[in-house]
Design a binder for this molecule. Structure first.
Ligand code: ADP
Ligand code: MG
Length: 502
């Protein structure tokens, strides 16, 4: 287990100005583990620099705690702070801030001198090594003004590393550089993380931010929930901040339904704490868990993008509360209208989820041996309303429903009665193959939509039937049940109800 290198608790900064008090940082809680690369993003004026400056001690908190590597720096005096900072913290600024009258080499040596670290000879050797690391050794004896901005920033990074601090803090280090140079500087930070440093970096560049391990978004002096950020990573910073303002948090105690299958739903949920189970009811009755979601996952999108009816239930898991943040349907629709990337992601995830749900439903229903056979066969789509088998005809195939519904109908005189509806995971056609030879009912695809069916030939069916005891037992039991059902309907038909019609 890695331990927290930084622990920030309820950190507040209020600036007292002639125009009145202004709270720029409103109670931040942040944990950063050793070795993490954290990007901090947010609109201009949101409080990013104020936060960073309190970590470095450039600014002091109005209230709250900051503990870095065990040191309670919020309690430190200026002198303690300076001594601590010199050894534990490397700082990189947007405008490099190299001392203009010192050479590149002297700029690197200075922090070692100020903190009285290393011998004189070592300082020089070390400075040269660091300059080599950032590819600037060739310019060691020049003044800062003689090199480019990107080069100055590389030198500033070498300077931040002078005393080998565990933590590097950088406030928009690429903000003053062209994108190609910014990329090089960013790569340098990635190398430092790979070498074991912990980095907090404020950046304007969302693309660069995405490459960090973690993104903290600050909006109006507050941190936007990190799981919300993760869930909606395709959004731009501005869109994200807008959404963050519109969502409402909600807690569901263990084992409670958040959404219910079959109900009308118009809310979108992002899970931020705990776990939820996604449940679907099965054709034969009962529910199965088709998915488990974790913080950073969202749900509720299917009904919003589809027919408005919940296709599954979502329930908080039994081990504890689930915390979600909720976006209402109107805001959700506005958002997907605005973000084609999110729209695309949702479309993909829905496709994946629908597929996974089908597979789960099938697996829970059908026998392993049948599943193995089915996997080899290609399902065929049958249009809504089309007849798959006709009552009275000779049976030659067995069908498994992968998706959609079919109605089972029997004829009585000139009337057709629906005796059953079969759904994904169920099969039909077995009766004729098991002896009666002629189809005892008509099976027609329901009007609600096409059905995806896997067809097995009589030979394939017979082979499976002979080979798998489990399959045989299941089919026999189900067939007996169905026969009983058919007979019951037949008996009903010759009694009063048919009389009513005539
Ligand atoms: P960011 O770095 O995200 O752009 P800052 O942390 O610099 O934002 O500023 C946050 C808010 O605090 C801004 O509204 C800014 O005007 C205000 N602010 C920053 N420094 C001071 C100060 N010394 N006195 C008063 N207000 C300040
Ligand atoms: Mg700033």
């Amino acid at each position: 287990m890695q331990k927290n290198l930084i622990e920030v608790r309820d950190l507040v900064k209020t600036y007292v100005t002639p125009a009145g008090d202004f709270t720029a940082v409103k109670g931040l809680d942040v944990d950063v583990q050793s070795g993490e690369f954290v990007a901090i993003i947010g609109k201009s004026g949101s409080g990013k620099s104020t936060f960073i400056n309190m970590l470095t001690g450039i600014d002091r908190p109005t209230s709250g705690r900051i503990v870095i590597d065990g040191a309670p720096i919020h309690e430190y005096s200026e002198a303690q702070m300076a001594a601590w900072r010199g050894r534990k913290l490397g700082i990189v600024f947007q405008f490099f801030q190299l001392l203009p009258t010192l050479t590149i080499l002297e700029n690197i040596i200075l922090p070692m001198e100020l903190n009285n670290l290393y011998s004189k000879v070592e300082r020089r050797e070390r400075a040269m090594q660091l300059l080599e690391k950032v590819d600037m050794a060739g310019q060691a004896h020049k003044l800062p003004a003689a090199i480019s901005g990107g080069q100055q920033q590389r030198v500033a990074i070498a300077r931040a590393l002078a005393n080998d601090p565990p933590l590097i803090v950088a406030d928009e280090p690429t903000g003053n550089l062209d994108s190609k140079t910014a990329e090089k500087i960013f790569t340098l930070f990635e190398d430092l993380v790979a070498a074991g440093k912990t980095i907090l970096m404020v950046t304007h560049d969302s693309d660069l931010a995405r490459r960090a391990n973690r993104t903290i978004v600050i909006s109006d002096g507050e941190i936007v929930n990190e799981y919300l950020v993760r869930a909606l990573s395709t959004l731009t910073q501005d869109q994200l901040v807008d959404v963050a303002r519109r969502v409402k948090p909600q807690v569901y105690p263990r084992d409670s339904f958040i959404i219910r299958e079959g109900e009308v739903g118009d809310k979108f949920y992002i899970l931020v704490d705990g776990r939820v189970d996604v449940l679907m009811s099965q054709p034969g009755g009962g529910q199965i868990v088709v998915n488990q979601l974790h913080p950073g996952n969202y749900f509720g999108e299917m009904a919003l993008l589809g027919g408005g009816i919940r296709t599954a239930s979502v329930k908080s898991a039994s081990e504890g509360d689930a915390r979600v943040i909720v976006l209402d349907g109107k805001a959700f629709n506005a958002l997907i209208k605005e973000s084609s990337l999110l729209r695309e992601e949702l479309t993909n995830i829905i496709e994946r989820r629908v597929k996974a749900n089908q597979v789960k439903s099938l697996s829970s229903k059908i026998n392993d041996d049948l599943r193995a056979v089915v996997r080899e066969s290609k399902p065929k789509s049958h249009p809504a309303g089309s007849v798959v088998i006709h009552q009275g005809e000779l049976g030659e195939s067995f069908y498994l429903i992968e998706d959609g519904r079919v109605d089972v109908l029997i004829r009585h005189g000139d009337e057709e009665i629906k005796v059953n509806t079969l759904k994904s995971g169920q099969y039909f056609g077995e009766m004729a193959l098991l002896g009666d030879k002629r189809r005892s009912a008509t099976v027609r695809v329901s009007q609600s939509g096409p059905a995806l069916l896997v067809e097995l030939s009589m030979t394939e069916f017979e082979k499976l039937f002979a080979r798998s005891t489990d399959f045989r037992e299941k089919v026999k039991k189900e067939t007996a049940r169905r026969k009983q059902g058919l007979e019951k309907v037949g008996r009903l038909k010759v009694k009063p109800r048919s009389g009513v019609r005539k």
